[in-house]
Design a protein around this ligand. Structure first.
Ligand code: 2RA
Length: 334
């Protein structure tokens, strides 16, 4: 019997993409509830040729729901995920609220699918977008060589900040080109024609929370508690798809040929790597698609037994909505 599904945050950027993934992947849906704040309640949204009305999220919303996909921010998740879970619903949560809880699995279906079945609190966490895309590139290599250390810089699109991020970039680009003053609402500095080396807030050790997610989530997903990660996360004036430059050091001796062959037959990730022909991936190559692309792979010159590579992925899809729907598919197909 097809599950009864709810989307919390149905009108947000990720919610809309979740709806599209359910539709295009023919996810079996018994019934679908679209939940959002009172402000969005009453909106009409199309799903499989029918119009559905967005309902206001309340404590009663989850009666009879089997799977709830949450993407409405950490505060909403902290309050409503336990309510949904208590009503017998499995929550797949896109916020960072539960990711580090020991009894909440943190799942990338291509990497640790088995973790999804051990969810004693009825909550499964979806990792942060940058972590997912980076690990999609690193996991096939980890399987061959054993990952030890990661040194990364991310180039994160403005849609990672939601619809407002896109609007801010667009408005500022127009203002700069037309010679008007730039107005800042979303970011502390101008994003148009600029780069901002801060994503999320700073922590005591000088790293931002976004940078620490790479460390803590990477360790949990790969079951590598000793993994070393250093990372700088940067907002870039790109609409969609995050890119990450990664240097990865391994336990076993690495060579390029084996590294390249590690991607053969791996779902969700592909090599796009032929510099001699001008072939390497850009954020536009992954935008609106399901595949993360890896290129510029080479033996690192500075770090022993390490590879340096570049990976791009659509952070709204594989970094959020698609990954959440794939987790739901694991549960349904079992
Ligand atoms: C970003 N971490 O700011 C986000 C989206 N999940 O790009």
């Amino acid at each position: 019997q097809a599950p009864h599904v709810a989307i919390v945050g149905a009108t947000g950027a990720v919610g809309v993409e979740i709806l599209s993934c359910l539709e295009t992947r023919n996810f079996p849906v018994g019934s679908l509830k679209l939940l959002a704040s009172a402000r969005s309640a009453g909106k009409q949204v199309a799903f499989r040729g029918k119009m559905l009305t967005v309902e206001e999220l309340t404590e009663k919303s989850f009666d009879g729901v089997d799977i709830a996909l949450f993407s409405a921010g950490g505060g909403i998740s902290l309050k409503f995920a336990p309510i949904a879970a208590a009503a017998g619903c499995v929550v797949i949560d896109n916020s960072s609220a539960f990711r580090q809880e020991p009894d909440v699995p943190l799942v990338v279906p291509e990497i640790n699918p088995e973790a999804a079945f051990n969810h004693p609190r009825n909550i499964i966490a979806n990792p942060n977008c940058t972590t997912i895309i980076t690990l999609m590139a690193l996991f096939p290599l980890h399987q061959r060589f054993g990952l030890k250390t990661v040194i990364a810089s991310s180039y994160q699109a403005v849609s990672g900040s939601g619809q407002h991020g896109i609007a801010e970039l667009e408005t500022q680009v127009r203002a700069v080109v037309d010679g008007h003053p730039v107005v800042k609402n979303v970011y502390p500095h101008q994003i148009a024609f600029n780069l901002l080396p801060q994503i999320d807030s700073f922590t005591e050790n000088g790293y931002t929370k976004e940078e620490l997610k790479m460390l803590n989530e990477g360790r949990k997903i790969l079951s590598l508690p000793e993994l070393k990660v250093t990372c700088t996360c940067v907002r870039v004036p790109v609409y969609r798809s995050h890119s990450i430059s990664v240097t990865a050091q391994f336990e076993k001796p690495v060579d390029l040929e084996t590294a390249r062959s590690a991607y053969e037959g791996k779902p969700g990730v592909a090599l796009m790597d032929n510099p001699a022909e001008g072939v390497w991936p850009t954020p536009l190559d992954s935008t609106n698609g399901d595949t993360c692309y890896v290129g510029r792979m080479r033996m690192d010159m500075a770090i022993d037994n390490a590879l340096t590579l570049w990976v791009v992925g659509d952070q709204v899809r594989k970094g959020a909505a698609l990954n959440a729907v794939q987790i739901a598919e694991l549960l349904v197909n079992r």
